[in-house]
Design a protein around this ligand. Structure first.
Ligand SMILES: [Zn+2]
Length: 266
């Protein structure tokens, strides 16, 4: 699933490619992805509107329009935005004033598109915890205090801290040498500080490399992001740890595959 770096990469791509352009026509090929309003109202509300602003909240994209409405896009597992699109695999296409098309693809149909009068009132967005880039080390340390939850599922809890998923939680914990099953409150002050730094560094490096193309993620151009080759533990089960050569382990934690080095991560 695209996490903060992937969605940020798409957001930056959209900013360069479609900001200020007008949506001249909307085609919905599979109505399952449109959560609200009804498809006809969705199309009508978008047609003729100009894209005024492009925002990202955690893993969600928000396109603010000139008519006061906003298109809220949650890519979920396999959602893709591609520009210029060719319409071949699209679930919805947005024709723009430059004559080109923005395609929305989604192989597994878990994505959610909404056209809203006020995106701030969306429950999902109201329930998001702060992003790592919007808090201080002291705030992060305070947030972890008294939390008995194991550290990796806690980092993936979007109401606790938002934008981090399975992949970047595993990478940041490896870099901070912290075992994913440790209760959050057992981390020393030093470990908490290091973890916070590694979370931000990992996310920033992934953004620089345009995200990790696992599953279906692509940049707006349709090209993959190349951060996968920099992964230290994720999806490396049985391969040698890059630090100590111990084989990387995979366990299930909170229902998710969790990769870690049993020697480096304490
Ligand atoms: Zn190791």
């Amino acid at each position: 699933m695209p996490e903060l770096p992937e969605v940020e990469t798409i957001k930056r791509g959209l900013g360069k490619a479609i900001l200020g352009k007008k949506i001249t026509a909307v085609c919905v090929h599979n109505p399952k992805i449109i959560r609200e309003p009804a498809v006809e109202k969705f199309k009508k509300g978008l047609t003729g509107a100009r894209i005024k602003n492009i925002l990202r909240k955690a893993k969600v994209l928000i396109l603010e329009l000139s008519n006061g409405k906003s298109l809220v896009i949650h890519l979920k597992m396999t959602g893709q935005l591609v520009y210029p699109g060719n319409g071949k695999a699209s679930r919805a296409s947005f024709r723009l004033s430059d004559g080109k098309t923005l395609d929305f693809n989604d192989q597994r149909l878990f994505a959610e598109l909404r056209l809203l009068n006020d995106w701030h009132s969306l429950k999902f967005i109201q329930g998001l915890g702060p992003e790592p880039f919007n808090i201080s080390p002291a705030q992060f340390k305070n947030m972890l205090a008294k939390k008995k939850t194991r550290i990796k599922p806690l980092l993936m809890d979007q109401s606790f801290i938002s934008g981090i998923g399975n992949l970047y939680a595993a990478e940041a914990l490896f870099r901070a040498k912290i075992h994913p099953e440790r209760p959050a409150l057992s981390l020393s002050e030093k470990e908490k500080e290091l973890l916070f730094e590694e979370i931000k560094d990992t996310l920033n490096e992934a953004i620089q490399h345009k995200g990790s193309s696992l599953d279906q993620y692509v940049q707006l151009s349709g090209r993959p992001g190349d951060y996968v080759k920099y992964h230290k533990v994720y999806d490396r089960k049985g391969k040698a740890c890059l630090v100590c050569k111990t084989p990387i382990k995979r366990t299930a934690l909170g229902g998710r595959g969790t990769y870690f080095c049993p020697k480096c991560q304490k």
